[in-house]
Write a protein that binds this ligand. Structure first.
Ligand SMILES: O=P(O)(O)O[C@H]1[C@H](O)[C@@H](OP(=O)(O)O)[C@H](OP(=O)(O)O)[C@@H](OP(=O)(O)O)[C@H]1O
Ligand SMILES: Nc1ncnc2c1ncn2[C@@H]1O[C@H](COP(=O)(O)OP(=O)(O)O)[C@@H](O)[C@H]1O
Length: 444
């Protein structure tokens, strides 16, 4: 998700093109979240809950032999959370909201369009960098150090505790990709994702689209502790210790405008250079080594060519399987490797593979019928695969932070190869390949 998400509540409220909350009550109404009290869990876990309390969340790391930190969002110090309502509009008019939010960390000079920051504006602080930045120190006790050479990390402390189902669920929420600190726990069955104007608009448009039943329900904007969030259905909520896979779709993972921006005003990124070096110290060119930095498109293109993004039109970002989690798939490129990863993920269970195949076909039909899909460049969006031991299996479309509308009257077919200017994303080509991959697995 792009960094443009930090905008003031004022801008967000006034730029809202449709009613702020859908009024469906699906998200639990008042939006006040429930504190995870340590008295609700067994004594052994009290300390753990306190330790996690207030963290932004755990994130899978992606480094071989480094930790995967699962459920940060599940136990947060709740703070005050409320939905942004029509009343806020009035309060804003009366100038009171600003005072209420005087300690807010939201920037008050956010941009007016979704992606109009210069390269310089993008990501200068650690907090907003994407996965790979992990609050490892907080998970020390739950990581089995005997497995440090293994990309799969156990989450022993977390899942072996004698908790009731809801508590177990809360403790097993996982963020497999994306930006550290993006998510917080919402009230029952919902999660909060850091506000992005662009993603909000997508959610609003998707409500009216054929795709709506394949996208997490959107419950509107909420404000918590002075920060804005999008409230949505927690797709893991109805599963018992689910296995989860994030597959990033498309042949391209950056926006054309990011490319243009990098050309006009290149921003050399040391953090991306370091991420590159961690995977392959031979990857940077001599010049990049000298600069100890790369541009974002260069990094993104390298990630695409290393993984299956360019060759298959999708890539595996991360997996949680049982008690373990792995985001070390940066070099998973060949069809055979991808099949093997899926095979391990579904533990060879045909029912699950078949449910996934059916669901993907339904998704494809919905995409082909979707007005939204025709008119949007879908970049960086993922399919989230979820199943559990009862062999329930679902696939959902998530992450619309970089899904952008085309100019009026233009359409994409999502199959054509990308050339700069045509804005094609290869989404359907990737979906065909994904379906084919699962069919090959089903036929084994
Ligand atoms: O997966 P790794 O190799 O860590 O690279 C990440 C992902 O591509 C992020 O996309 P996503 O959020 O879809 O996972 C992207 O965020 P954007 O979505 O903002 O492009 C990050 O850009 P920066 O956040 O600029 O570092 C980039 O560093
Ligand atoms: N609605 C949801 N329900 C459950 N998990 C989710 C949901 N949305 C996102 N996630 C988890 O969070 C991760 C990152 O989400 P994403 O929207 O891609 O964040 P970002 O915009 O920071 O890239 C996903 O890989 C998935 O594990």
């Amino acid at each position: 998700m792009p960094k443009q998400r930090r905008r003031s509540l004022r801008e967000a409220v006034f730029s809202c093109s449709s009613p702020v909350c859908d009024g469906s009550g699906r998200g639990g109404g008042g939006g006040r979240t429930r504190n995870f009290s340590s008295t609700e869990i067994c004594d052994d876990q009290t300390q753990m809950a306190e330790q996690y309390s207030g963290q932004a969340g755990f994130l899978c790391d992606g480094k071989p032999g480094r930790g995967c930190l699962v459920p940060q969002v599940t136990i947060t110090s709740d703070g005050d959370s409320r939905e942004i309502t029509e009343e806020d509009l009035e309060e804003e008019v009366n100038g009171r909201l600003r005072r209420k939010l005087s300690n807010s960390s939201i920037s008050s000079n956010g941009s007016s369009t979704a992606f109009d920051e210069s390269e310089d504006d993008i990501l200068s602080d650690n907090e907003t960098k994407s996965k790979g930045i992990v609050t490892l120190e907080h998970l020390g006790d739950s990581v089995d150090s005997g497995e440090q050479s293994n990309a799969w990390w156990k989450l022993k402390t977390i899942v072996h505790c004698p908790l009731v189902a809801t508590q177990r669920r809360r403790l097993s929420w996982v963020q497999l990709a994306g930006h550290k600190g993006s998510f917080k726990a919402g009230d029952e069955g919902s999660i909060l994702k850091k506000f992005s104007e662009n993603e909000k608009l997508c959610f609003e448009r998707l409500r009216e689209d054929t795709l709506h039943s394949f996208v997490p329900s959107y419950y509107g904007m909420v404000e918590r502790d002075g920060e804005l969030f999008l409230k949505m259905k927690d797709l893991l909520a109805n599963f018992d210790l689910p296995n989860v896979m994030d597959c990033k779709m498309g042949v391209r993972t950056y926006l054309e405008e990011e490319l243009v921006r990098a050309r006009v005003k290149p921003k050399l990124r040391e953090d991306l250079y370091n991420k590159m070096m961690e995977v392959d110290s031979e990857a940077p060119t001599a010049e990049e080594k000298k600069q100890q930095a790369v541009t974002k498109p260069r990094y993104m293109q390298w990630r695409e060519s290393l993984s299956s993004t360019n060759t298959l039109g999708f890539r595996i970002e991360g997996i949680k399987r049982g008690e373990t989690c792995n985001t070390d798939f940066k070099k998973t490129q060949s069809k055979e490797d991808v099949i093997q990863v899926f095979k391990d993920f579904v533990e060879g269970k045909k029912n699950i593979i078949n449910s996934y195949i059916t669901r993907l076909e339904d998704i494809k039909q919905a995409l082909k019928a979707s007005e939204f899909f025709k008119k949007h460049e879908v970049i960086g969006s993922s399919l989230l695969f979820i199943h559990d031991h009862k062999e329930r299996a679902e696939v959902w479309l998530i992450d619309f932070g970089k899904t952008t509308p085309l100019p009026e009257g233009e359409k994409l077919d999502h199959y054509r190869p990308w050339e700069e200017g045509n804005r094609e994303d290869g989404y359907l080509w990737g979906l065909d390949n994904l379906q084919q991959t699962l069919s090959l697995l089903a036929g084994e």
